[in-house]
Ligand binder design. Sequence first.
Ligand SMILES: [Zn+2]
Length: 98
Amino acid sequence: MTNMLACSSCGSDKTESIVHRGSYILRCAACGETIVATSFMAMLDSDHQCSAFIDPGPGKRPSPETLVARGPLRQIATAISAAASDGTLIRLISEAKD
Ligand SMILES: [Zn+2]
Protein backbone atom coordinates (compact mmCIF):
# COMPACT_ATOMS: atom_id res chain seq x y z
CA MET A 1 0.00 0.00 0.00
CA THR A 2 1.17 3.50 -0.78
CA ASN A 3 1.01 6.23 1.81
CA MET A 4 1.31 8.97 -0.80
CA LEU A 5 -2.34 9.72 -0.21
CA ALA A 6 -2.41 11.16 3.26
CA CYS A 7 -5.38 13.16 4.48
CA SER A 8 -4.75 16.90 4.27
CA SER A 9 -7.00 17.52 7.28
CA CYS A 10 -5.68 15.09 9.87
CA GLY A 11 -2.62 13.51 8.22
CA SER A 12 -3.95 9.96 8.45
CA ASP A 13 -3.02 7.67 5.57
CA LYS A 14 -5.81 5.20 6.30
CA THR A 15 -8.26 5.41 3.44
CA GLU A 16 -11.60 3.91 2.52
CA SER A 17 -12.95 3.40 -0.98
CA ILE A 18 -16.45 4.75 -1.47
CA VAL A 19 -18.82 4.84 -4.43
CA HIS A 20 -21.29 7.70 -4.46
CA ARG A 21 -23.52 7.88 -7.54
CA GLY A 22 -21.06 7.91 -10.44
CA SER A 23 -18.02 8.80 -8.39
CA TYR A 24 -15.31 6.71 -6.84
CA ILE A 25 -14.04 8.44 -3.72
CA LEU A 26 -11.03 7.77 -1.56
CA ARG A 27 -11.98 8.91 1.92
CA CYS A 28 -9.98 9.37 5.08
CA ALA A 29 -10.94 6.56 7.50
CA ALA A 30 -10.18 8.79 10.49
CA CYS A 31 -12.09 12.00 9.81
CA GLY A 32 -14.12 11.25 6.66
CA GLU A 33 -12.48 13.92 4.52
CA THR A 34 -12.50 13.23 0.76
CA ILE A 35 -8.93 12.72 -0.42
CA VAL A 36 -9.40 11.82 -4.08
CA ALA A 37 -12.48 11.50 -6.25
CA THR A 38 -12.59 10.04 -9.71
CA SER A 39 -15.15 8.52 -12.02
CA PHE A 40 -16.36 5.11 -10.94
CA MET A 41 -16.44 4.16 -14.63
CA ALA A 42 -12.66 4.55 -14.76
CA MET A 43 -12.32 1.81 -12.15
CA LEU A 44 -14.51 -0.78 -13.75
CA ASP A 45 -12.23 -2.54 -16.19
CA SER A 46 -10.81 -4.71 -13.48
CA ASP A 47 -11.05 -8.27 -12.25
CA HIS A 48 -10.01 -7.16 -8.81
CA GLN A 49 -11.99 -9.05 -6.16
CA CYS A 50 -14.09 -6.72 -4.07
CA SER A 51 -16.90 -6.72 -1.59
CA ALA A 52 -19.38 -3.86 -1.68
CA PHE A 53 -21.27 -2.85 1.45
CA ILE A 54 -23.64 -0.09 2.47
CA ASP A 55 -21.23 2.40 4.01
CA PRO A 56 -21.56 2.53 7.83
CA GLY A 57 -19.52 5.74 8.10
CA PRO A 58 -15.85 6.69 8.32
CA GLY A 59 -13.69 4.28 10.30
CA LYS A 60 -16.54 1.84 10.91
CA ARG A 61 -16.56 -1.76 9.79
CA PRO A 62 -19.55 -2.71 7.61
CA SER A 63 -21.68 -5.52 8.96
CA PRO A 64 -22.20 -8.65 6.82
CA GLU A 65 -25.95 -7.96 6.45
CA THR A 66 -25.21 -4.81 4.46
CA LEU A 67 -23.36 -6.68 1.70
CA VAL A 68 -24.42 -5.41 -1.72
CA ALA A 69 -22.26 -7.57 -3.96
CA ARG A 70 -19.06 -9.56 -3.96
CA GLY A 71 -16.82 -10.65 -6.82
CA PRO A 72 -14.65 -9.27 -9.61
CA LEU A 73 -15.23 -5.55 -9.92
CA ARG A 74 -16.34 -5.67 -13.55
CA GLN A 75 -19.03 -8.24 -12.65
CA ILE A 76 -20.45 -6.47 -9.61
CA ALA A 77 -20.24 -2.96 -11.06
CA THR A 78 -23.87 -2.97 -12.17
CA ALA A 79 -25.11 -3.93 -8.71
CA ILE A 80 -22.89 -1.29 -7.13
CA SER A 81 -24.06 1.41 -9.54
CA ALA A 82 -27.68 0.50 -8.92
CA ALA A 83 -27.23 0.62 -5.15
CA ALA A 84 -25.32 3.92 -5.33
CA SER A 85 -27.66 5.62 -7.79
CA ASP A 86 -30.04 6.93 -5.10
CA GLY A 87 -27.18 8.57 -3.21
CA THR A 88 -26.42 5.67 -0.89
CA LEU A 89 -22.71 5.50 -0.08
CA ILE A 90 -21.21 2.15 -1.00
CA ARG A 91 -18.00 0.99 0.62
CA LEU A 92 -15.67 -1.08 -1.55
CA ILE A 93 -13.33 -3.45 0.20
CA SER A 94 -10.60 -5.23 -1.72
CA GLU A 95 -10.27 -8.91 -1.13
CA ALA A 96 -6.85 -10.45 -1.37
CA LYS A 97 -6.71 -13.43 -3.65
CA ASP A 98 -5.55 -16.70 -2.16
ZN1 LIG B 1 -8.46 12.80 7.91
